[in-house]
Ligand binder design. Structure first.
Ligand code: VG1
Ligand code: CO
Length: 544
């Protein structure tokens, strides 16, 4: 094949965030923008010649075009094999599994996850390493450094590939395999959960369910697993066809964005179980008839009941949560005498702990849960975990949650997001918070006395790498916390996230609405960060 070396100008904004590089589609369409970033990745990796690369995305607008470009660049840069999901599709957890299963060198996942899609919306690209997990910071900073000086990229002069037919093709030294995106993943799920029990519980009508794929990647996965393999009625999976613009919505599984599901689950004819996933299939929202399970509680409940699931019958080696995730799982870990780790936001920080066997389960408050079966959070896995749990315990979602709170207490939790804040104002808020940190400890605000106030910094217990400035934490003597951090996945201005939590041991108070129960902390958060005062806004854009 003929390989062309194309001269290019560097861009100065290709610094990956919490989960890959995310920009508006129009930015990715600029001359050489995608190519520069992909070449920067290839240039930063050791010796990719002769190696295997996995390639797939969530099917959003620009997915197919980007894949064709990347195929040609991978060919020119010396990869020996490409494994690509049919139609250019792979959910993030499936991509992670395929990298691991086929011993690939790494993978490129094209997604902006929960961000909207379409010509005027978002696109993203992320590199995953050989363990199947998102590239750690030492890689992402190398990609960025390289992108600042890049002056050319390599691309093969070959025709566009047919992405829609499963099978293998050979182009000179490069083998390209188009695989069914679902089969390997479905097989993995079958090896983790009790599919016979699930089939029985669904078949007998004990479990009725609704899964909202939000017009994103999990549609085909959910149809195959929930409907074809487990026998759920076809209408159990809604919005199941992946669309380039996700039907115009935010493919973000929460009560605000998965509105159709929320209405059903809190209505008179709610099924026993309802769930949704996001654009790339790594998030999950769990609900039952008239109840929403916060992701932090979901993680704790999974940890407390993991032995009921075949793959985790021997127990867990340990658990981990991202720093802003509530401390509910810490209580479970303490009760079961297992280690519990607190990491910065972003799945890349769990990889080393999982590889070293220090943890089996981990999760984030942002609707992400996962285990050592892959190195990404996994939406459908979480759904199957809950279904398996309901089938084994023969209890409703509400009963499982209430019983858990009775045993461990409830960590009342919510997150407030202020989106598209002007960057100068957002930085001013962080600066203002930072300046208060030294004087906060010991101060009393109403019922709350500050125990500590700092910026979270993480030392990876496996490789000793240090990640600083991972969010401002204000902890109180009763265990309550307020955390502030700026998002690393947005593409417009800055998003301020405020995470609030308060522990409630008294079971008679467990049914309170989180916003009411946290009202005093919400007021205090505003007093500390002045987001409303500084932006003139009156309320958060999203509350989860
Ligand atoms: C958000 C979440 C974080 C998650 C990340 C990627 O990041 O808070 O917990 O890991 O999205 O999720 P940020 O920096 O915007 O807070 V996904 O499903 O968008 O890949
Ligand atoms: Co996602």
């Amino acid at each position: 094949m003929q390989i062309n070396t194309i001269t290019t100008q560097p861009y100065n904004d290709q610094n990956p965030g919490t989960s890959g590089l995310r920009k508006k589609v129009r930015v990715f369409q600029e001359q050489g923008y995608l190519e520069n970033f992909v070449q920067s990745i290839f240039d930063s990796l050791d010796d990719i010649v002769g190696k295997t690369l996995v390639l797939g995305g969530d099917g959003r607008y620009f997915n197919r075009q980007a894949i064709q470009t990347i195929i040609k660049m991978a060919a020119a840069n010396g990869f020996a094999e490409l494994i690509i999901g049919q139609g250019g599709l792979l959910s993030t957890p499936a991509a992670s599994h395929i990298i691991r299963k086929y011993g690939a060198y790494g993978g490129l996942i094209l997604s902006a996850s929960h961000n909207p899609g379409g010509p005027d919306e978002d696109f993203g690209i992320k590199y995953n390493v050989g363990n199947g997990g998102p590239a750690p910071e030492k890689y992402t900073s190398a990609f960025y450094q390289r992108s600042l000086t890049i002056d050319s990229y390599k691309i093969a002069d070959i025709a566009d590939l047919d992405l829609d037919t499963v099978g293998s093709t050979q182009i000179d030294g490069l083998k390209i395999r188009i695989i069914d995106p679902v089969s390997d993943y479905a097989e993995l799920m079958q090896s983790i959960f009790d599919f016979n029990l699930l089939k029985q519980s669904i078949g007998s009508g004990y479990i009725t369910l609704r899964f909202d794929a939000m017009h994103a990647i999990t549609g085909p996965y959910a149809k195959r697993i929930l409907v074809d393999m487990l026998g759920a009625p076809a209408d159990s999976v809604i919005n199941a066809t992946p669309l380039e613009d996700f039907g115009g919505g935010h493919p973000d599984p929460n009560l605000a964005h998965a509105h159709e599901l929320a209405v059903l689950m809190f209505g008179p004819n709610a099924p026993t179980f309802g769930a949704a996933s996001d654009g790339d299939g790594d998030r999950n929202m769990i609900t039952g008839s008239n109840i929403f399970v916060t992701p932090s509680d979901s993680l704790a409940i999974m940890a407390a009941n993991a032995r009921m699931i075949p793959a985790y019958a021997k127990g867990l080696s340990g658990v981990a949560r991202s720093m802003p995730t509530s401390q509910a799982v810490d209580r479970v870990a303490a009760a079961y005498k297992m280690p519990c780790f607190e990491t910065p936001t972003g799945w890349k920080f769990f990889g080393n702990l999982l590889d070293a066997g220090k943890i089996t389960l981990c999760g984030e408050e942002s609707f992400g849960t996962g285990s050592d079966h892959v190195r990404e959070k996994d939406g459908l896995w979480a759904v199957l975990f809950w279904l398996n749990l309901i089938a084994r315990k023969r209890q409703s979602v509400a009963d499982i949650v209430h019983e858990h709170w009775q045993k461990f207490g409830r960590d009342i939790y919510c997150r407030h997001d202020y989106e598209a804040v002007e960057i100068g104002i957002a930085n001013g808020i962080v600066e203002h918070l930072r300046n208060q940190l030294p004087s906060l400890p010991g101060q009393t605000f109403g019922a709350f006395t500050v125990k500590f106030a700092d910026e979270f910094s993480y030392v990876d217990p496996i490789d000793g790498s240090v990640s600083k400035n991972q969010g401002v934490r204000v902890g109180f003597t009763d265990g309550s916390r307020i955390v502030f951090r700026l998002s690393g996945t947005g593409t417009v201005g800055a998003t301020l996230r405020i995470y609030l939590e308060k522990f409630e041991a008294d079971a008679s108070k467990h049914d309170q609405d989180a916003q009411d129960a946290l009202a005093e902390l919400i007021t205090l958060a505003e007093q500390l960060c002045e987001i409303k005062k500084r932006t003139g806004r009156t309320s958060p854009d999203v509350m989860t």
